[in-house]
Design a protein around this ligand. Structure first.
Ligand code: FNR
Length: 372
């Protein structure tokens, strides 16, 4: 169908399911084990209800914000997802272009299909990009990559901490991957030998160090001045430790349900993190010093605004953009962001919030969330 008939982000998934090559669909859509967490990620938003305010002049509404000090036209960013060329020959470049047009931030994955420098070179002057880092067993490779990224103007480093070993994504594991296919290799070579007999995810990730530990954090702080954020935190205890070690924030995330099945949804974790860090360190969220991000299952501006109301600075969106460019190329991502833009405008008006500061915890009835 023409893009004009795509009315929401769910529609892209339905189209992608039909038009994408089986192998690419398997890699993008798969999640760990029985995929319970993957379903729960979106379902958890269904347990949060609004308490909107009325009779406020909502002629002009505004939902731009700053993320780690950088302007963003929406309180969301394009999160890191590997192997963009499985879905479209231009891979992650589709995201870079659409991000520029809509003034949102792209997080470049370590395992991008496109080379890191290609994605940085494609950015418009002033366009902000973040980097997602998988930490190599060979720390000299990681150090070189991080310092190169900082030199190239990357504004923040998101260290993935929920993947000491790749989860079992059985849909993906049933696909055989071939070394000759350029769509199936990453543009940022991190290892020599690759076993492609068990799906894309396993093939490209064997360099990741399961020995990564809190003890390594000072080393990261010594090799870069970029703000450091841990991606894949799942409880208040680890969030507190990240704060106490001077990190810039955490992403409350279960990796789109692709790692530990029966992990809770990020939005549920957010509630306990805000409560406990408030009680223990007197922190109020959102704040500029230590920022909370959430990802997983966000499909509408309505979902985004719930996370903002509960204290997140911004949320990450993953699969919808992959499905958008796999089905429609760069115009697909552009259209997806336009849909979100229009949803923000409508939802802000219906909530009675003129700026994100007016999207407050009192607007959310969280009594159906089970995590507290
Ligand atoms: C991911 N994600 C991910 N995360 C990361 O830190 N490094 C990576 O290389 C990848 N790769 C990746 C590939 C694919 C195909 C998917 C779907 C996801 C996880 C990603 O950053 C994010 O946590 C989730 O995708 C968010 O959930 P939604 O928005 O996809 O539901």
């Amino acid at each position: 169908p023409p893009l004009s008939e795509i009315l929401n982000l769910h529609d892209f998934e339905a189209i992608a399911r039909v038009v994408m090559p089986e192998k690419a669909w398997a890699y993008y859509s798969s999640a760990a084990d029985d995929e319970i967490t993957n379903r729960e990620n979106h379902a958890a938003y269904h347990r949060l209800w609004w308490r909107p305010r009325i009779l406020r002049d909502v002629t002009n509404v505004e939902w731009s914000t700053t993320i780690l000090g950088h302007p963003s036209k929406m309180p969301l960013y394009i999160t890191a997802t590997a192997l963009g060329k499985l879905g479209h020959p231009d891979g992650e470049l589709n995201l870079t272009k659409a991000a520029a047009k809509h003034g949102v931030i792209q997080m470049i994955p370590t395992l991008a299909s496109c080379a890191f420098d290609e994605l940085v070179d494609a950015a418009q002057p002033g366009q902000v990009q973040f980097l997602q880092l998988y930490v190599n067993k060979d720390r000299s490779i990681t150090k070189k990559f991080v310092q190169h990224a900082e030199k190239r103007g990357i504004k923040a480093l998101f260290i993935t901490v929920d993947a000491p070993q790749l989860g079992r994504r059985e849909k993906d594991m049933r696909q055989k991957f071939e070394a000759e296919d350029p769509a199936e290799v990453t543009g940022n070579n991190q290892e020599d030998k690759v076993d492609r007999s068990q799906g894309a995810a396993r093939a490209i990730s064997s360099f990741i160090d399961p020995g990564l530990d809190w003890k390594d954090i000072p080393w990261f702080q010594s090799i870069t001045k970029m703000p450091l954020i841990l991606k894949g935190v799942q409880c208040w205890e680890d969030t507190l430790q990240a704060y106490d070690m001077g990190l810039a924030g955490v992403v409350l995330s279960n990796h789109g349900g692709r790692q530990l099945d029966f992990s809770r949804s990020g939005i549920e974790i957010l509630v306990e993190v805000v409560r406990e860090l408030g009680a223990r360190r007197g922190l109020k969220f959102p704040n500029d010093k230590f920022q909370l991000f959430v990802d997983g299952g966000v499909r509408r501006a309505n979902d985004v605004l719930k996370a903002i109301a509960l204290g997140a600075t911004a949320v990450g969106v993953g699969r919808p953009f992959l499905y958008a460019f796999s089905s429609y190329g760069p115009e697909g991502v552009d259209h997806a962001l336009q849909i979100l833009h229009d949803e923000f405008e409508m939802n802000m008006r219906l909530l009675g919030a003129r700026t994100l500061k007016e999207v407050v915890p009192e607007m959310v009835d969280a009594s159906s969330l089970q995590s507290h």
